[in-house]
Design a protein around this ligand. Structure first.
Ligand SMILES: [Zn+2]
Length: 306
């Protein structure tokens, strides 16, 4: 794939239908890709069967179509990519960049999110163990613990985390044998030739991990744009856990207009009567990243169907 082609993506997990928060991510990534005259791909992150809700993938795809968010190429299902993930894990094992960890959930919770390397030198076997990346061995030259991995986000600005105290050895394959999100997303961003990642700011924290993995695997690092989160009137992120409403069928034009308004793109009132295609095209023509706020915002109160 030519380097000059811009490629964006939307990568939902099939854990339920789209809600307003996920529409913001889908719409932003679509408009950003089309503003750059690029392609927009859809990837279904279906590698965590216990969390999946049957029928969600098809429902999400139908919702995207109804909102005029038509993807290029074929939808990529991560469940079809397990051989690739395992091959790459094997090569990381061959290069001694990963190790087995037997720490239980209780111990991990007590660490507060950054792993302390407890199992790094225990030479444990695969049985009932997670596989972690040894971050200080991830790069070809051994990195001092004080090194930071950073990037400049198109909205959030400079963001970095220190290798051992901010990132820490993180999981690539879970104790239950499932492939971890961080590994799959990095491999597939490379596989699909993604040059621009536009997604919710809840993943800002994951980005240094992903950049480190990209460097470890010799991949390109895409450009990152993290959109602030949409929250409900109590300030909670819109998600299934906070009972975010499913987008109502038949309200697609309204949903898109409100999403553009939420993104502070200043859509005119009369655009509310336009077709889905006209609203999207207006969004592409007027796309302005500098107007997007950097902090969380509540969904407007007037949007009764969201
Ligand atoms: Zn451990």
């Amino acid at each position: 794939m030519s380097q000059s082609i811009s490629v964006g993506r939307f990568a939902p997990s099939p854990t339920g239908p789209l809600h307003f928060g996920s529409l913001i991510a889908a719409l932003s990534s679509f408009i950003h890709a089309k503003y750059h005259k690029g392609k927009w791909l859809v990837r279904i992150e279906d590698i965590d069967p216990p969390r999946e809700v049957p029928g969600s993938s098809d429902r999400i795809l139908r919702q995207l179509e109804q909102h005029g968010l038509i993807w290029d190429d074929q939808v990529l299902y991560q469940s079809s990519r397990l051989d690739s993930y395992n091959q790459i894990l094997q090569s990381l094992r061959d290069h001694k960049r990963v190790y087995y960890c037997q720490c239980n959930r209780q111990r991990l919770v007590s660490l507060g999110g950054v792993y302390d390397g407890n199992c790094r030198n225990l030479a444990l076997g695969p049985q009932d163990c997670a596989l972690r990346l040894a971050v200080t061995k991830a790069l070809s030259s051994a990195e001092p613990e004080t090194v930071s991995i950073g990037f400049t986000d198109n909205i959030m600005g400079n963001f970095s985390q220190q290798l051992t105290h901010g990132i820490g050895d993180f999981v690539l394959r879970r104790r239950d044998g499932l492939i971890a999100y961080q590994l799959a997303v990095v491999i597939d961003d490379q596989y699909q030739g993604i040059t621009q990642v536009v997604r919710g700011a809840d993943l800002l924290d994951s980005t240094p991990k992903q950049i480190l993995l990209q460097q470890c695997l010799g991949y390109q690092t895409p450009e990152y744009t993290h959109i602030p989160l949409a929250v409900n009137s109590e300030g909670q992120k819109l998600s299934k856990q906070t009972f975010a409403k499913t987008l109502t069928e038949g309200h697609e034009r309204e949903n898109l207009w409100i999403a553009l308004k939420w993104l502070q793109q200043d859509p005119p009132q009369e655009l509310r009567q336009a077709t889905v295609e006209e609203i999207i095209n207006w969004g592409i023509e007027h796309w302005d990243l500098t107007s997007i706020p950097t902090s969380m915002q509540a969904v407007p109160a007037f949007s009764t169907n969201i």
